[in-house]
Design a binder for this molecule. Structure first.
Ligand code: NAD
Ligand code: TYD
Length: 350
């Protein structure tokens, strides 16, 4: 199988490229603009592998994308390139509109042009998988789960831009016949995640004995999905998913932010006993809430489990422990990011 992965130098995209090349033996072409969130070092494991190639390109550069597709001739496009951080979307929505909406439109157009030129059998088998988020469904109360029929109610500039891109993808299927699939997943965590996101930020701050900033009362709930479980799901969806359909991906691992923070601190203490950390209460700092902060996300993954036989392999406790251990052992990966790109400052207070 020959696939184009967009955003393959990011957190989930790099895990997907590593998985497809090493575990699945697929031919992968990674197209990435290399924004602040990209890191080619996350792809070191497959650099130079015969099944892996990289092209630096902006998905919004339709002509360049069209040339790349024509030359590589993929069987599928797995579209992950995006601006992905809610807090940055509050500070500056422009890039989110440009990449997530306009970029997805240009990519769809290039994909459609390419698909129309394929021989009938290849046309039949071609797939465009759009990787999206559960945040398009808005915020849940204490009860209930998001499923594939949940109403779109995005609340942040980020989720609104992803919702728009989902609608474009759906329209390119219904109007032009492009064989698309959409996946909406919950919050991912695991190795190689940029430290602006909650879990790696908490791990690195705890390791350094810095304050752990918890937004609001810390009772917001996220449904955590290990990135390895996610990429296994994406492979199943692109290969076996029903064209035109949506699949929700979630690990059935709901947790309040404050409970994650305590777990992270406890794993850091446990795995790195030589560090003398202050008591939890002295480390944790409740800070001003995020504007428009969604209260709870939780995914019902029954469709993916029943129709495609996917099952999450990681429970949150094991996944968090592994992730803390990874950050403890990979200072050479995150220290240059802290030195050059992001120093852990608060984002998104508007
Ligand atoms: P990330 O921010 O770590 O990586 C995004 C990648 O996209 C980067 O390598 C960046 O350089 C690239 N990129 C950005 N703009 C581009 C452009 N115009 N052209 C080409 N490349 C561009 O993101 P991530 O966490 O790996 O998320 C990947 C996808 O999964 C995104 O579409 C995101 O919306 C979705 N998603 C992420 C999560 C999560 O918890 N991280 C949850 C649900 C959905
Ligand atoms: P984040 O990783 O930004 O993902 P998302 O906003 O897409 O869910 O944040 C996860 C949760 O953690 C969210 O409820 C906001 C909260 N949070 C904090 O409490 N402190 C922080 O420093 C960050 C970055 C997030």
């Amino acid at each position: 199988m020959r696939v184009v992965v967009t955003g393959g130098a990011g957190f989930i995209g790099s895990a997907l490229c590593r998985y497809l090349v090493t575990e699945c033996g697929w031919q992968v072409l990674n197209i990435d603009k290399l924004t602040y969130a990209a890191d080619q070092r996350s792809l070191a494991a497959i650099e130079g592998a015969p099944g892996y190639r990289f092209m630096q390109a902006d998905i919004a550069d339709g002509d360049k994308i069209a040339r790349i597709l024509d030359e590589f001739k993929p069987d599928a496009i797995m579209h992950l390139a995006a601006e992905s951080h809610v807090d940055r979307s509050i500070d500056g929505p422009g890039d989110f509109i440009e990449t997530n909406i306009v970029g997805t439109y240009r990519l769809l157009d290039a994909a459609l042009y390419y698909w129309r030129g394929l021989a009938p059998d290849r046309q039949q088998n071609f797939r465009f998988l759009h990787v999206s988020t559960d945040e398009v469904y808005g915020s849940l109360g204490a009860q209930g789960l998001f499923d594939e029929n949940s109403r779109y109610q995005p609340n942040s500039p980020y989720s609104a831009s992803k919702a728009s891109s989902d609608h474009l993808v759906r329209a390119w299927h219904h109007t032009y016949g492009l064989p698309v699939l959409i996946s909406n997943c919950s919050n991912n965590y695991g190795p190689f995640q940029f430290p602006e996101k909650f879990i790696p930020l908490m791990i690195l701050n705890a390791m350094a004995g810095r304050k752990l900033p918890v937004y609001g009362d810390g009772h917001n709930i996220r449904d955590w999905l290990h990135v390895n479980d996610h990429v296994a799901a994406l492979r199943l969806i692109v290969q076996h998913g029903q064209v035109g359909e949506t699949y929700n991906v979630g690990g059935r691992n709901e947790a309040r932010n404050i409970d994650i923070v305590h777990q992270v601190i406890s794993h850091v203490r446990d795995l790195s006993p030589h560090r003398t950390l202050p008591k939890d209460d002295a480390l944790i700092e409740f800070v001003q809430d995020r504007p428009g902060h969604d209260r709870r996300y939780a995914i019902d993954a029954t469709k993916l489990e029943n129709r495609l036989g996917w099952q999450a392999q990681y429970d949150l406790d094991r996944g968090l422990r592994d992730t803390v251990a990874w950050y403890l052992n990979h200072e050479q990966w995150w220290q240059p990011i802290l030195d050059r790109k992001y120093q852990g400052q608060r984002l998104g207070v508007a």
